[in-house]
Ligand binder design. Structure first.
Ligand code: IPE
Ligand code: IPE
Ligand code: MG
Length: 245
């Protein structure tokens, strides 16, 4: 297990995941796409557990994008139903486990029962501190930047990086240290466009329902081996006192 072999500083504080590959996983098994999404939920439950065991403090997952409305109507309504059911079934255990839930995304387009459920789950778990779990739902990176800019414009505020960051949907957490995308595609698909500026990227061929603990540990080990320079040189990192102000 990576958590045994790595110093705590090598564990990412914030892991973000594009949970991709549910549909292909189902297709390989001659199952409906929704069966893949259901199995994907099982993987998420396990990843929450593995994250807590390794000392990850924030986990942010992409569950439904602004663009996923373009999918067939039965898949979209199936995903909405799955979210509604998952809220009822999963929140009590997450509450007990110390997980603080957030659902970054545009609530206005969601069925009322779902948006009510999201709000309630956020309220119920607000006092938890073991792990912050952000489930991005009806989320798009462009939507996020536009809604933040619109809020600043509305109150006539000066637009600075700091002011804009404070209005984004993930303003309650630091930027992701590590982004994992499963499913073999090497793209961002309108996920956290602003927040991923300096995240380390790890692309896995594993389809999300088949993502397992060993593959998660591989991603964490690759992260631990990366040098994060944030624009500086290796030499500067080795002599931090010489870093410019
Ligand atoms: C990701 O899996 C889940 C959602 C986008 C809701 P996909 O459904 O995109 O799976 P593939 O990419 O078609 O295999
Ligand atoms: C990204 O996956 C969105 C989620 C995982 C929720 P998609 O399957 O929608 O991305 P594209 O269409 O392959 O870029
Ligand atoms: Mg996909």
């Amino acid at each position: 297990m990576v958590s045994d072999s790595l110093p705590p500083s090598a564990v990412p504080t914030h892991v973000a995941i594009v949970m991709d590959g549910n549909g292909r996983w189902a297709k390989q098994r001659f199952l409906p796409r929704l069966a893949g999404h259901r199995q994907g939920l099982e993987t998420l439950r396990a990843v929450v557990r593995w994250s807590m065991a390794r000392g990850v403090r924030v986990l942010t997952v992409f569950a439904f994008s602004s663009e996923n409305w373009k999918r067939p109507a039965d898949e979209v309504s199936g995903l909405m139903g799955l979210m509604a059911k998952a809220l009822v079934r999963e929140v009590p255990d997450l509450l007990k486990a110390g997980v603080q839930l957030h659902f970054p995304g545009d609530r206005s387009g969601l069925p009322a029962a779902v948006s009510q459920g999201l709000l309630q789950a956020e309220r119920d778990t607000a006092g938890n501190e073991r792990l912050v779990l952000n489930i991005c739902f009806n989320y798009g990176g462009r939507w996020d930047i536009v809604q933040a800019a619109a809020r600043l414009a509305e109150c006539g505020a000066t637009i600075t990086e700091q002011a804009l960051s404070a209005e984004l949907a993930l303003s309650h957490v630091p930027d992701p240290d590590l982004l994992i995308r499963t499913g073999g595609e090497v793209r961002i698909s309108n996920f956290l466009l602003w927040q991923l500026a300096y995240s380390e990227l790890y692309f896995s061929d594993r389809l999300w329902p088949a993502f397992d603990e060993a593959e998660y540990d591989r991603a964490l080990a690759v992260f631990a081996g990366r040098e994060r320079r944030f624009g500086q040189t290796t030499e500067q990192l080795q002599a931090p006192s010489a870093a410019p102000h």
